[in-house]
Write a protein that binds this ligand. Structure first.
Ligand SMILES: C[S@@+](CC[C@H](N)C(=O)[O-])C[C@H]1O[C@@H](n2cnc3c(N)ncnc32)[C@H](O)[C@@H]1O
Length: 458
């Protein structure tokens, strides 16, 4: 049986051809290929050439991976032949990557040809390989038109490389970590659409909210479901404008039921998260994750009762114990790492999430009931979202503040908050809950829309 020690002996003697010849089964050849490790410059890789046309695709794949380590252009001829004959897409991708790693300008022609491939991942590999060369006129002429490629990944890469504005500071924006003092720890009593007109571009770090549940609760009445969706589209479009580059929006909703008007009619269920999703992504938000908030069985309305009695098919109505937290990120060509690097070491350290964090996208949290507001967030839910998606001192926004749970939790986690709430009853309720703080700078400001306008426009 072949062992790693035996393999090392043959590798040291540069006699791997002999070892491979001795192997009768594909498993042993694969073992050798997978355990070759680092191959120094000048290492004799000729034993890999016959394996590039082996019938077993995993052997071809691992042979190409090892050829790539050699970065030796003498293998180019074999790899380019594979491009015509290879039927397995993973192997083909690896071949393009290996050609790229050779970094030889003479290989550019073949990489240009690969840009026409049907597989967008292969096209992306070729683009990646070409981008290591100087962006001369010819390279730009070949790559720039791909900004209209049918595949979104290809379009994004080309857009980032050739069309995006490179430096934010050129736009005269304030630093990514900073925001306006007049938005910090402020609650405005007004319609969110009216208030946001006065909020500057790129001033919010995170938005977490639970919008009204269409007409399922008495605080919100819309003429139609479409009008409701249009309203939320307008809100999240504005939230997009005021959100900092690459930062997050988390929207909590669930399908709702509007009860039947009489026994001769049926009730109607509205899949809000699924319908709303289209309107959010079409306005520059990139979908990132769906988190399920699961409540205990006893805490939700019993819908299964009727079915339990008669067990008739088609009457099945499960108790709805879940809500969605849809996670979106303001579309950007910058990586998350860029956002993180904007913060200094001390802030990053202080914002580090402690032990006991949630590992899956199903969060089991008890709901919370409140004597004044009928749909409040549990603090635990806010805590997780704020900790996972913002840094200390960031500005957290809730356009539909209700009883102000987002603000309260943001403050407890040493973040700043900005809240809007239309209903005077809930606005007054928030006032009663806000404890005066000894630190003047952290004191919450409760403002009407007019007071807010006067406050920010001196
Ligand atoms: C589902 S509740 C949010 C509850 C909140 N998450 C909490 O923890 O208390 C939605 C809130 O949005 C408010 N609202 C509805 N339409 C609004 C609008 N156009 N502008 C601002 N607030 C609005 C409602 O009055 C309601 O309090």
């Amino acid at each position: 049986m072949i062992t790693k020690e035996l393999l090392q002996t043959f590798k040291d003697k540069n006699d791997l051809a002999c070892l491979i010849e001795e192997q009768r089964d594909s498993g042993s050849i694969l073992f050798v290929l997978k355990n070759l490790g680092y191959l120094p410059k000048g290492f004799n890789g000729d034993f890999l050439i016959p394996l590039l046309s082996h019938e077993h695709h995993q052997i071809r794949l691992w042979s190409v991976k090892n050829v790539a380590k050699l970065k030796d252009n003498t293998f180019f001829i074999y790899l380019s032949k594979m491009l015509d004959s290879e039927t397995n897409t993973s192997v083909k991708r690896e071949v393009v990557s290996a050609i790229g790693r050779m970094r030889n300008p003479e290989n550019k022609e073949i990489l240009y040809k690969i840009l026409q491939d049907k597989d967008p991942k292969i096209v992306c590999q070729a683009i990646r390989a070409l981008l290591v060369f100087e962006k001369d006129k010819e390279l730009e002429r070949k790559l720039k038109p791909l900004v209209n490629h049918p595949n979104e990944m290809v379009r994004t890469v080309i857009y980032k490389e050739f069309f995006s504005v490179k430096d934010n500071s050129q736009k005269g924006h304030m630093a990514h970590t900073q925001t306006y003092d007049f938005l910090k720890n402020v609650v405005v009593n007004g319609d969110v659409i009216d208030v946001l007109k006065y909020v500057p571009n790129e001033s919010i770090h995170l938005t977490f909210t639970s919008p009204p549940y269409y007409n399922a609760r008495d605080y919100s009445i819309y003429p139609s479901y479409q009008a409701y969706l249009d309203f939320l589209e307008a809100v999240f479009k504005e939230v997009h404008r005021i959100t900092k580059e690459g930062r997050f929006l988390i929207v909590n909703t669930s399908p709702i039921i509007i009860p039947r008007i009489s026994r001769s009619h049926s009730s109607k269920r509205y899949p809000i998260p699924f319908d709303l999703h289209q309107y959010i992504v079409k306005n520059g938000w990139e979908f990132i994750d769906d988190i399920i908030w699961k409540k205990p069985d006893y805490s939700v309305k019993n819908r299964i009762g009727g079915f339990m009695q008669h067990r008739k098919p088609l009457m099945y109505k499960p108790n709805a114990v879940t809500e969605y937290l849809m996670v979106y990120r303001k579309s950007t060509t910058k990586l998350i790492d860029w956002n993180i690097r904007s913060y200094n070491k001390e802030c990053t350290e202080e914002s580090r999430v402690g032990e006991g964090y949630e590992k899956t996208n199903v969060w089991e949290i008890d709901p919370c009931f409140d004597k004044v507001h009928s749909a409040v967030f549990p603090v635990e839910l806010c805590k997780r979202v704020i900790q996972y998606y913002s840094f200390k001192d960031d500005l957290v926004f809730d356009p539909f503040a209700g009883s102000g749970t987002v603000g309260k939790t943001a403050k407890a986690l040493k973040r700043k908050f900005f809240l809007t709430e239309k209903e005077p009853t809930y606005f007054e309720y928030m006032k009663t809950k806000a404890k005066p703080n000894l630190l003047e700078e952290n004191r919450t400001k409760f403002l009407t829309l007019q007071e807010f306008i006067n406050y920010i426009l001196p």
